[in-house]
Design a protein around this ligand. Sequence first.
Ligand code: NDP
Length: 611
Amino acid sequence: MASERERLHNLFPDLDFDPEQLRNRYRQERDRRLRDDGEAQYIEAEGEFARYADEDPYVESGYVRDPLDLELDVVVIGAGFSGLMTGARLKERGIDNFRIIESGGNFGGTWYWNRYPGAQCDIESYCYLPLLEETGYMPKEKYSYAPEIYEHVIRVGKYFKLEDRALFRTRVTQVRWLADESTWEVSTHRNDKIRSRFVIQATGPANRPKLPGIPGISSFRGKSFHTARWDYSYTGGDHTGGLTKLSDKRVAVIGTGATAIQSVPFLGEYAKELYVFQRTPSSVDLRGNKPTDPDWYDSLEPGWQRNRRENFAATLAGQNLGEDLVADGWTDIARRIFLSLRTRSPDEGEIDMEEIELRSEIADFQKMNEIRTRVDATVRKSDAAEKLKPWYRQFCKRPTFNDEYLETFNRKNVHLIDVADTKGVERITETTVIANGREYEVDCIIYATGFEITTDAYRRVDFDTLGRNELSLYDHWRDGFRTLHGLSSHGFPNWFTIGINQNAFSPNMTAMFDDQAMHVSYIINEVKRRGKRSIEVSEEAEEAWVQEIIKHAGTGPLNFLNECTPGYYNREGTASQGTRQNTPYAPGINAFNDLLKEWREKGDLEGMLLS
Ligand code: NDP
């Protein structure tokens, strides 16, 4: 049996780095950041912190309206892309007596709230923006900026005439199953009286901002806001920059995830002094945006968008043998791994799992070496350059793509404050942020600290859903998700959810949501068509799906996450066998969609009970 060293040499004779050294470095960096309090280190945006989530800087305050009294077929909660696509797909099936309830002032969800300067989608627009063929819209660039995405959201809303189906500026406070009437009671903070046969929760993964539980956080007397509630009245300017009111301000940014990567270049340009408090650097790859070529766009054949989305998903899952249509930073790593597997010579014999993992790891090391080299090539202050290098595998955290972020640290007024050793900012006082024992006087703190994406269900949604026998959804999911196909649960008749629960995950979320919306609207239509009142997942079908998820999760993805630097992907380093049922359907989005299609074609609503 060849030793690992021999095996490595045989497989990669030209390797110019020592993988074991990198593995050790990655482990050290992970351990340096691991905190005993895990997810509890974050503060929910409620109570004294509620304003960080509940205040809407994009509408006039003081809006009031009379309570409504409505009898509906369907209530959709949330008007982001998932709610919007759900409304669209319901309409397509002729289901029209519904309302989409949304706390924001318009459609858009994450694109309504996230208006920070530079906000952009890092998934190719041709895949990300839904219904491009139907609406005839051509995205301006390969990667759209937030305003264009927001405009498209509104376009889709208009196209499906969803405006008068929306109840904006309305927060759901409770959803409760009324067994005697086989209907849901939906309560809102505007005291509406709403009864609905079906409820579809489409609240999105990034709907609740979260804050770091830094000691003293509530004592700060200057200006502070979360990036998802950007206050342009304070900074001046708009999404494209012009933050001129910051010219005499000392600004602190806490966090260096995807949001900070996009907004820091603008803050660096306009703030008098900018302090970027970094616990873990992001991997920052080339953006390489470019305008859409109208001739190419015109030449696309009908059905091209689904085809492109499936091609993207298949490439990411290493299942694409042919052309990589998107060909960008997302597909790059998958292509490299795949290429490495394909270029094996036949006399190397049958490939085993160990070799697949090793080849993936080496491709990842090479990719991350390039990312680190890019830092050295861009950042002139060597101390900052060292700190900006990420030491973990690329998909441990959301990879980012930006051509201005690293360059920003060459500015005299921009200071990188590394807080990895103290596992975060130490303390906040009335006027300062304290890190590494030093006080930084600031006028403004901007929290780029992300969202309740993978935390417990009760943290992610600020209302409870009470099913049969007043069972809370939070209790039902206390030990992990329990669903059929990630879309509905036993004990919750006529209730569905669109999102990332126990279904396949794709970073191209709009495609994922749309496929789910189509499936759920099919089911609702079937209930109506068959003259039934309600439908519910059976206990057995739910358990079988939980086991299916666990079976496919295996140990590979969890082992991968456990080796990772902490973050929301691995629930701050607490991913464990116990959370296996919370992993997505591992065979991938295309396999998942095939499975749902087959389920629909069978036509017997398998695993769901009609009454
Ligand atoms: P993230 O959760 O990715 O990042 C939060 C940041 O806050 C991390 O850098 C984290 O450090 C830091 N942080 C948390 N607590 C502290 C502390 N006590 N002291 C110092 N730093 C702290 O949030 P984002 O808003 O950046 O991104 C969230 C998600 O939104 C993305 O992952 C992505 O899914 C989505 N997004 C998508 C975009 C797109 O292009 N499609 C653009 C922007 C966001 P650490 O890493 O050490 O925990």
